[in-house]
Design a protein around this ligand. Structure first.
Ligand code: AMP
Ligand code: ZN
Ligand code: FE
Ligand code: FE
Length: 280
């Protein structure tokens, strides 16, 4: 069983439509794939149809943006009820905040570079959850950078001068809202120190207290020390351990199935979740 529990489609910042991600998962030989677009469930229906068509099992999820004392925290919510109001309201607010923040970043960039918000809108379908990757696409289209990764390395870096943060709920509040919606919260890439600041063990312990179910340990943004630290912490706190690709189509080098999750971990996620895994 090959299980990859973290991917993005063009409902947020992946480059393939939701059905295309599922088709690619089938082609990559995966048995189970989770679609976890940022702050939305809008890709779920199309992905479910594709899962039935391609004979791949689909875990419906969302990568929920949050903050812990100003440090960015991404929480994978699996198998939640998409209509549950507390979580739906929370991510709706974040989508709004992402929009304002995207415009603010472009405003800063436009002082030095020929790029406008319309150029960013031209890179995405209406209703897409906007993020820095779409700004990167506008910079690529304008011939200012070679690809998304080059944009993130410099102009869009969280440590760069054009960066603007966005409002997101406190991580404890997000974990509670995910649980209230019947979702299973797993902390995405908690040790990704190349992206920006990361949270200390004490914050992960606090989130575990609030209902966190697991840690995404095997992820390309984690070096060996982070993996060892997180595996030990998961063991100490009684948290599940997952591994996933964080696939974004052609927008990132991450390949489907480059890291995977054990079947017994998925079984426990399914046991705790409010909605079933979609099976063909
Ligand atoms: P934002 O959510 O707006 O802060 O943008 C960060 C998101 O961009 C993260 O989810 C990254 O996974 C994603 N991303 C997509 N492509 C790339 C890339 N080539 N390099 C770095 N991050 C990327
Ligand atoms: Zn992303
Ligand atoms: Fe993330
Ligand atoms: Fe992600």
């Amino acid at each position: 069983m090959r299980i990859d529990l973290h991917t993005h489609s063009s409902a947020s910042d992946g480059t393939e439509p939701p059905g295309g991600v599922v088709a690619s998962a089938a082609a990559a030989g995966l048995d189970v794939v989770a679609l976890t677009d940022h702050d939305t469930t809008s890709g779920w229906a199309e992905a479910a149809d594709a899962a039935r068509a391609h004979g791949v099992a689909l875990v419906r999820g969302t990568e929920v943006s949050a903050l812990s004392r100003g440090v960015s925290v991404h929480l994978l919510s699996y198998l939640q009820d998409p209509a549950a109001p507390a979580l739906a309201d929370l991510v709706a607010q974040t989508r709004e905040a992402r929009l304002h923040r995207g415009r603010a970043i472009v405003e800063r960039l436009s002082r030095d570079l020929p790029v406008t918000w319309d150029d960013v809108l031209a890179q995405q379908a209406p209703g897409t959850v906007v993020g820095r990757p779409h700004i990167a696409d506008a910079l690529v289209a304008a011939g200012l950078v070679a690809d998304r990764s080059a944009a993130f390395a410099d102009l869009l870096s969280a440590r760069g001068r054009y960066y603007v943060p966005y409002y997101a709920p406190e991580a404890v509040e997000a974990v509670e809202a995910i649980r209230a919606a019947g979702g299973v919260p797993v902390f995405a890439h908690p040790g990704a120190d190349g992206r920006g600041r990361i949270v200390p063990d004490a914050v992960i312990a606090e989130l575990a207290e609030a209902g966190l179910a697991g840690l995404e340990v095997d992820h390309r943004d984690h070096g060996p020390e982070q993996r060892a630290r997180l595996r030990a912490l998961a063991d100490r706190l009684g948290l599940l351990v997952t591994g996933s690709s964080d696939y974004h189509g052609t927008g990132k080098p991450n390949l489907l199935g480059e890291h995977t999750t054990a079947p017994e971990v998925l079984a426990e996620i399914e046991r705790q979740g409010a909605t079933p895994v979609v099976r063909a």
